[in-house]
Design a protein around this ligand. Structure first.
Ligand code: ADP
Length: 654
């Protein structure tokens, strides 16, 4: 054994072959792939073909400035070859290729955020494998679901040395010099055999020509480069009258053919494209595992000619809310890829949009800096924004269920646009929907809200809270409901922030039901106010420093008290939200409102002069009740608890 090892090492040195270990994460991923029982292993082909197409894209782009990288009359293509006797499948491209460092960097380590996320999800939920493989695709490594040995032979464009990378998916791989005439990459898969897979019901023979053709059509039809493979044609001999000669042997001919459509889908006429074609293109081009929610495909003609093919996804990608996420659409000029994510074309609030823009007017040498200033791009960006807005508005007005699905996933982005982009706020506010007191299971638009407003109702009313239930229990809701006024439920943290920018909609001001300046019923009479003044003053003194004002309320029905926000400072809800972010929190201006018709108020009047200490305790209890109904924990919980206990004891002993 020892001698064999020594001989192998010497052989490797002689052959200039080196053995390297996979990075720990890669090894983990490979183990998963090798033992995978995922039923749609076929996605491996989609992954390898998209890598090949990306590699050609890269070379095509570089060759714009370095034409010497290409051979004479070079035709870009991806070729698939299968060999039934050795059970191998080879996918080749004449793209950019890889050198030794590229192989170590790109294949030996996991850099791709998709694969990293896949592993993270797997660690968190080990039973999730089946779903997740489909979701992430996991790129090159998916080859190990169907192969037990993979050989990559590759040569980087512009370089002279070629390399062979080989691995059985175990802990190590080898790299050695190789011979290859042309630049590009050839990946040979040694397919797992049926007898080894007799237990595996997902086993498929991937050397079978029809299987391969179907898979290419299904997943890679709109790859821009021809995917070519040998196809067998059987010709039945015919009689002179055109009928078949059933007794004659048919002739078979093998021909290399292009299997995919190759014409870019965005160049086709919209009317000629089936929804399923858009779906498959989207999934293979933008690495998604579910169909898009909506497709926007349009063509602009005139001084500036371009085509847009945009998609609204159903689900946000896993890194959507992380700093790593990059918005943008792909750019093509004369169908040549020039950029993966052009950020300037998509505003932040539509960052979920995936897609591409093609125009023969773009210069092929657009640099990032030039892009920022590019006048044509600015025009296109404006149009993209309008197209997305119109599409969403149409969906909102005509396909509400679909819109709800969109909203649940990306509504926060629209809201953050209103909050952070002053110029966009008016347009985006058309797209807002909220639950409301009209029907707490159905969201309403601001237009629908306004159409139901009774004449005497001045404001668009909203109430903030952690959920619908707590809003519905708010003391101030009762009398508003009695009035028949509708209230929008602001249950997301960002909701109240948007009112900083969106103060009114179509001439109607937005107002919180907890705002001190808003009142529901007839205002309290002057006489009543004068009569109650001493007791209100006394409560304020008892609550020294806690509230800025104590006043009579006309918005309460059965509750004794409520807290509302005063004129100065932030609102109570905002104080709560900011506390969650551990931010420096200025205290909200608190106004305690008292229900003049409540029995407790009589009690307070009674004890005001006779029992000063009890008056103070009761004032605090009232204040704390009001805090609790706003969802705020009393500042001094222990004294609040002891005050209640004492109250119970006293009630019984009195
Ligand atoms: P992804 O393609 O999403 O980056 P993969 O794991 O499939 O992830 O591939 C890792 C990297 O290996 C690619 O980013 C690319 O740099 C390189 N690569 C894979 N296939 C090829 C190929 N056919 N030609 C050139 N480079 C390739």
């Amino acid at each position: 054994m020892f001698i064999i090892s020594i001989v192998m090492i010497l052989w490797e040195i002689f052959m200039n072959k080196e053995t390297q270990s996979f990075q720990a994460e890669t090894k983990q991923l490979l183990d998963l792939m090798i033992n995978s029982i995922y039923t749609h292993k076929e996605i491996f082909l989609r992954e390898l073909i998209s890598n090949a197409s990306d590699a050609i894209d890269k070379l095509r782009f570089l060759s714009l400035t370095q034409p010497e990288l290409l051979g004479n009359d070079e035709i870009f293509e991806i070729s698939i070859k299968s060999d039934d006797s050795s059970k191998t499948l080879t996918i080749s491209d004449n793209g950019i290729g890889m050198n030794r460092d590229d192989l170590i960097q790109n294949i030996g380590t996991i850099a791709r955020s998709g694969s990293k996320n896949f592993l993270k999800q797997m660690q968190e939920n080990s039973s999730a494998e089946l779903e997740l493989i489909g979701q992430f695709g996991v790129g090159f490594y998916s080859a190990f679901m169907i192969a037990d040995r993979v050989i990559i032979t590759t040569k980087k464009a512009g370089e002279t040395d070629a390399f062979k990378w080989e691995s059985e998916g175990t802990g190590v791989y080898t790299i050695e010099p190789a011979t290859k005439d042309t630049h590009g990459t050839e990946i040979t898969l040694y397919l797992k055999k049926n007898e080894e897979n007799s237990e595996d019901e997902t086993w498929v023979d991937y050397t079978e020509s029809h299987t391969l053709q179907n898979l290419i059509k299904k997943y890679s039809n709109f790859i821009r480069y021809p995917i070519r493979m040998e196809v067998e044609h059987t010709e039945y001999q015919k009689n002179e009258d055109g009928s078949y000669k059933y007794d004659a042997e048919p002739t078979t001919e093998r021909k290399i053919e292009t299997i995919n459509a190759t014409k870019p889908i965005w160049l086709k006429d919209k009317k000629e494209i089936e929804q399923s074609e858009y779906n498959e293109f989207y999934k293979s081009e933008f690495h998604d595992w579910v169909d898009p929610l909506e497709v926007v495909h349009s063509k602009a003609e005139g001084t500036l000619e371009y085509r847009l093919l945009l998609f609204i996804p159903k689900k946000a990608p896993f890194d959507f809310n992380s700093n790593q996420f990059k918005k943008g659409v792909k750019l093509y000029s004369k169908n040549v890829y020039i950029m993966d994510r052009c950020e300037t074309l998509i505003p932040d609030y539509y960052k979920f949009i995936k897609g591409l823009v093609e125009s023969s007017d773009f210069s092929l040498n657009l640099s990032r800096e030039v892009l920022q200033q590019n006048r044509e791009l600015k025009v296109i960006a404006k149009n993209i924004e309008k197209k997305i807005h119109d599409t969403l508005l149409y969906m909102l007005q005509n396909e509400r269920e679909k819109y709800d699905e969109f909203w649940n996933e990306f509504g926060k982005n629209i809201k953050s646009g209103i909050y952070s982009d002053f110029q966009a706020k008016d347009k985006l506010s058309d797209l807002l929907i909220f639950f409301s007191s009209n029907d707490s299971t159905k969201k309403v638009t601001l237009d629908e809200y306004i159409s139901r407003m009774p004449e005497e109702q001045e404001f668009i009313l909203y109430a903030t809270g952690k959920d619908i239930e707590s809003i519905e229990k708010m003391p101030q809701m009762e009398s508003i409901k009695d009035k028949g006024w509708e209230v929008l439920y602001f249950v997301e943290k960002i909701d109240e922030f948007i009112t900083n920018n969106l103060t009114e909609y179509k001439g109607k001001k937005l107002k919180s039901v907890s705002h001190g300046e808003f009142s529901v019923g007839d205002s309290v009479t002057k006489e009543k106010e004068d009569e109650m003044k001493p007791i209100l003053e006394a409560i304020k003194t008892a609550l020294e420093g806690k509230v800025s004002e104590v006043k009579l309320s006309n918005r309460l029905k059965s509750s004794p008290v409520c807290l509302v926000s005063g004129k100065n400072g932030i609102s109570l809800n905002m104080e709560k939200v900011l506390k969650d972010y551990d931010a420096f929190v200025p205290k909200a201006d608190r106004v305690l409102e008292i229900n003049p018709n409540h029995k407790l108020f009589e009690v307070m009047t009674k004890i005001k002069d006779s029992d000063e200490s009890r008056f103070k305790t009761y004032s605090n209890l009232l204040y704390n009740q009001a805090l609790i109904s706003e969802g705020i924990i009393p500042e001094d919980t222990s004294s609040f608890i002891s005050q209640i206990s004492e109250l119970m004891i006293n009630t019984v002993s009195e």
